[in-house]
Ligand binder design. Structure first.
Ligand SMILES: NC(=O)c1ccc[n+]([C@@H]2O[C@H](COP(=O)([O-])OP(=O)(O)OC[C@H]3O[C@@H](n4cnc5c(N)ncnc54)[C@H](OP(=O)(O)O)[C@@H]3O)[C@@H](O)[C@H]2O)c1
Length: 298
């Protein structure tokens, strides 16, 4: 029975939720890893590891000898990726190479997370076979991370996703909670009307990882939400559900933000392949808000 999972990036948004699901709900033997501090749950088995250090990565893997490695670790700051290129490359590309080496040595299956930012955002609603063409450095590192796995001879699955939100209790706020908390405090928020994608409920992504493990699926799959919509329209759905003051939301376009990194504007990921090959079934948006309201008390 294959039941050992190593999670890199266990303190991140996705990593936390993976720990809750695989260790607490499904009873897998899980080793959590990240780079800083202590793990939020003292009952978890936790090891610190800087994934940019080849020897550390390989030691963590060979000591634990996992059946599956979930790589939820990444340098996820899109703007800082422009100015801190070497760090972004080391975390999003080199570390993936080290993990693949370690995984090969113990025949572990790596489930790696990638992003719609590998696309240029011209066509929109991307399928797995569409041609990548990143417009920023973050997207370039995520694409190079995918390529590192493809040539590694490790057993791998790449799950591409976009705009994660959901039940997160530690660390930074996800987009939904940021909107709810800002508007409840009476703060004005500026939201872009020209970035379109299909926001992904974290627990849908975690279930997709579980299905990949269960059905032994390899290769590339898109994982996203049911609906393609602009960030402004997503915000107004949050406003309506949580009965917030929508007059505090100002419409803007991406150039107004003057951000260092370019973003793919017309983006989003078609999930038909995951739906047909392993029964991926994203939760309806208002239902995800209802669960967040109930579990987070927001
Ligand atoms: N969030 C999104 O909207 C989104 C969209 C598309 C794709 N993705 C992809 O989904 C995955 C998960 O994203 P997320 O938002 O959950 O990430 P996140 O919350 O930013 O967490 C990143 C994790 O990476 C760890 N990490 C960073 N540098 C490290 C290093 N040198 N060594 C070891 N660990 C390191 C962090 O550890 P510490 O906490 O210890 O620093 C943290 O646990 C990533 O691959 C991301 O590219 C995310």
């Amino acid at each position: 029975m294959k039941n050992k999972i190593l999670i890199f990036g266990a303190t991140g948004m996705l990593g936390q939720r993976c720990y809750e699901y695989f260790a607490k709900k499904l009873g897998y033997t899980v080793l959590c890893s990240s780079v800083e501090g202590d793990f939020y749950d003292p009952s978890a088995t936790y090891v610190r590891c800087d994934i940019t250090k080849r020897d550390e990565v390989k030691k963590v893997i060979s000591d634990f000898f996992p059946d599956f490695i979930i790589n939820a670790a990444a340098f996820t700051n899109v703007d800082k990726s422009e100015s801190e290129r070497e760090t972004a490359w080391n975390i999003n590309v080199k570390a993936v190479e080290y993990m693949a080496e370690g995984a090969r040595n113990c025949d572990a299956h790596i489930i790696h997370l990638s992003s719609d930012y590998i696309f240029d955002g011209i066509k929109g609603q991307y399928a797995e076979g569409d041609k990548p063409n990143p417009v920023g450095y973050y997207g370039r590192t995520k694409l190079a991370g995918e390529n590192a796995l493809k040539i590694s001879n490790a057993l791998y699955t790449i799950l591409r996703t976009n705009v994660l939100y959901g039940v997160i209790t530690k660390g930074r706020l996800d987009f939904v909670r940021w909107v709810v908390e800002s508007l409840r405090k009476g703060e004005r928020i500026r939201i872009v009307t020209d970035q379109i994608n299909n926001p992904t409920y974290l627990d849908d992504l975690v279930r997709a990882i579980s299905q990949v493990i269960e059905f032994r699926k390899f290769g590339i799959y898109n994982i996203g939400g049911r609906e393609f919509l602009s960030r402004y329209d997503f915000t107004m759905r949050i406003v309506d559900f949580f009965k917030l003051d929508g007059s505090l939301v100002d419409k803007i376009v991406t150039p107004d933000l003057k951000q260092p990194a370019k973003r793919p504007l017309n983006s989003g990921l078609v999930t038909l392949k995951a739906e047909t090959e392993f029964g991926y079934s994203p939760t309806q948006m208002e239902e995800t808000f209802r669960i967040m309201q109930e579990e987070l008390g927001i």
